[in-house]
Design a protein around this ligand. Sequence first.
Ligand SMILES: O=c1ccn([C@@H]2O[C@H](COP(=O)(O)OP(=O)(O)O[C@H]3OC[C@@H](O)[C@H](O)[C@H]3O)[C@@H](O)[C@H]2O)c(=O)[nH]1
Length: 454
Amino acid sequence: MIRQSLKFRKTVSIICIIVLIVFIFLVLNKDKNYDIQIENSHSEDAQALSYRDFNRPKKDIIVPREQSNIMDSNSVKEEKDNTKQELLDAKARIELLEKKLAILEGRIPQKYPEVKYLGYKERRRILVTGGAGFVGSHLVDVLMMRGHEVIVVDNFFTGRKRNVEHWFGHRNFEMIHHDIVNPLYVEADEIYHLASPASPPHYMQNPVKTIKTNTLGTINMLGLARRVGAKILIASTSEVYGDPMVHPQPESYWGHVNPIGPRACYDEGKRVAETLAYSYAKQENVSVRVARIFNTYGPRMHVSDGRVVSNFIMQALQNLTITVYGNGKQTRSFCYVSDLVDGLLALMDSDYSLPVNIGNPVEHTIEEFAVIIKDLVPGCRSTVATGAAVEDDPQRRRPDIAIAEKHLHWSPKISLQEGLQRTIDYFKEELSRTTFYNNQTYMDAKVKASHIRN
Ligand SMILES: O=c1ccn([C@@H]2O[C@H](COP(=O)(O)OP(=O)(O)O[C@H]3OC[C@@H](O)[C@H](O)[C@H]3O)[C@@H](O)[C@H]2O)c(=O)[nH]1
């Protein structure tokens, strides 16, 4: 009996141990499965985020499974939104950089404009003062393309490096940052002396500097011409005729200039420059040419040049009021810049040493001129307004070009319409550059303006 009871107890305890082992095994297995599931869900997360944040810890605080799923889907959505936004930002930044790149690429030529090859006997070394300015830079282009060596001297008061940067590094081109009010020592066969501000608001801004440039600067250039035996062309102006009493103006007319008026710094400065030229010719045997340049226009004028062509075009392009000074009955005759350059080159190459008018004799009132420009700008909604007159503003101006025709075989070729169209295209580009750098494109500006108007 006792033996039987002992056997029974042994059997029961073995069963208990087995049940216990099975229970422990089940419990342990269950934990392991749960861990594997959690680990799996984290690795999916990690995969989704790995391209943005690969250092993120794989195991976060363990949360109950259902809650964890909700949090996961929310954070994945949030991440997706962020990613989308970041992609949009990046796209906008790339577009901005592409525009900047296009502008820079446009400014740096892939190769130089084609230049003629000249032998050393024909090739001349030519100095152009004011060579980075509006007229000077167009002259430099032609001289370079003809195969000459060109030295540009400019103090960048109104000139810009941009006007000649397409020649930077060319073996025939040299640029000197120098103010010709101070002496200059270089070798040259010919000198085109163009340095001086030419726009009335610019030359009136610093009258003393304007006189110095045209007197001291001209003495320095004539002195240089004498020393090195160079032929020199002085850029004079139609302003030597002042407010003329003779119309149209021949070179023989002595002019009508107010010596103490606001324009005198330029008008009298240029008159002295002519006097100096003929004094050096007589006394020092310097070979001089004098060009009396009438109103000139064309690409590379500065947007804030202040002269009538740039003002009217900029106003018309932006639908602003076109500002006529005075009653608009005063007249001017406008010459396209390439015609002027041809005239200067012909004068330098000629044997004619007295002053020569270079200009286009087609004359318009300033009032008419405003309408011509308005009509050439498509969709222009500017109005033309008259305002206060400018002191000492010449009332009539038109060149008599008989001497240029006879001695230089020169006359202008570009019509006002054609020249203005080219100039308008140039100013359109300038405007788009300017507004782009003010953080919007020209098109943006136009769209904005049309929204404001509508
Ligand atoms: O916005 C403007 C600017 C100018 N004007 C008028 O337009 C006419 C031409 O003026 P600009 O300033 O273009 O040039 P100006 O003819 O007065 O002087 C020019 O003369 C010949 C060159 O040698 C020089 O480039 C410059 O001095 C003037 O009657 C002027 O009063 C306007 O009606 N509105």
